[in-house]
Design a binder for this molecule. Sequence first.
Ligand code: ADP
Ligand code: MG
Length: 373
Amino acid sequence: MTNVWQIPIPDEARTRLLAEVIATKMAAGVMITLRGDLGAGKTTFSRYLIRTVLGDDTAEVPSPTFTLLQTYETPRFPVRHFDLYRIAGADELDELDFDDAEGAALTLVEWPKCAGDRLGSCRLDIMISETDSDDDGARHVAIAATPEAEFRLARIRAAYDFCCERFNAAALADLRLTYLQGDASTRSYARLHGNDGVQILMDMPRLPDGPVIKDGKTYSEIAHLAEDVGPFVAIASALHETGIAVPSVDAYDADRGLAVIEDFGDLTFGAAIAAGVPQAELWHAALDVLLQLRRTPPPAEITVDGVHHTMPVYDAGVMEAEVALLADWYWPHVNGEPIGAARRDELVAVWAPLIAQVATAPNMAATTSWVLR
Ligand code: ADP
Ligand code: MG
């Protein structure tokens, strides 16, 4: 643990903001330890964090001082909140089932010293200090991560610093963050509830490239995945030109891998159908979007904020890589073992002529039409 992040905290609202940012980045198997004197704010921090994970601003989150452990069922994962101040020895930890061998829960630990060497390996260690003797709400927070949690802490820090730079002190005091379920991409999202409405904070870190899968290229290279925020912003602006509704990008920081985008709300087709909207209306609207896209071919080049992007072509290589996902991921998932070379070759051979046909068909030329995946 070499890199310690030092955070000046002017008031309790900022403690809350920090706890909310951290909460949106939590997962089962992560442990947070909290050190600091009595009254420093360990329980207060935990309360804000647990409420954010619960998605309930007013949930009762009592201090575990006397119970030693409070547990919470949440929509995301179970949360365990320990206070080990009164723990005498290791057998008491056993009684509390302290070790989370399966990594099934998020664990918060006040007074972690009493757990000795039994702390988790994916861990954030938080130290809260009062900076002034009269309690004016000012604190100093220091956070370190174990190697396993380093990337997570880096994303938390990027999001927190981005918010602090983007909003002035008054706006920051009112700013709230809530968790938002992500999609199948490597992006993740949170809702920013600010003074002038709700926006989405999109986290899109530049990722280390995955393994080479073909011709010296990684999957993300072959499939032309956007590897940072820049291409995402470019595609959003080109899609906007077609006249269909895409979330506006209100701000972005390419170096940090973050963007603030418009919130389209939670009304998915599934939710609309459940609420009684006739399906025909929805499908007509969806078809209108497809037709509109087909009418407006994508530009070959896009320049946004002085950065030039070339639109990648959805070529045979992408299609082959996408077909191979079935063999390389779905097959082992369903059958519990790899597909084997002969069967894999068979699948590729069945698809090869079809892919060639699609890639070269004059009216279907991928270069003249959008592909949304
Ligand atoms: P601990 O669990 O560390 O003993 P608590 O969270 O129970 O401490 O108490 C901290 C107290 O300090 C609470 O009354 C809280 O409202 C107050 N407080 C004031 N400013 C802050 C701050 N910036 N962060 C956390 N708590 C603060
Ligand atoms: Mg406490």
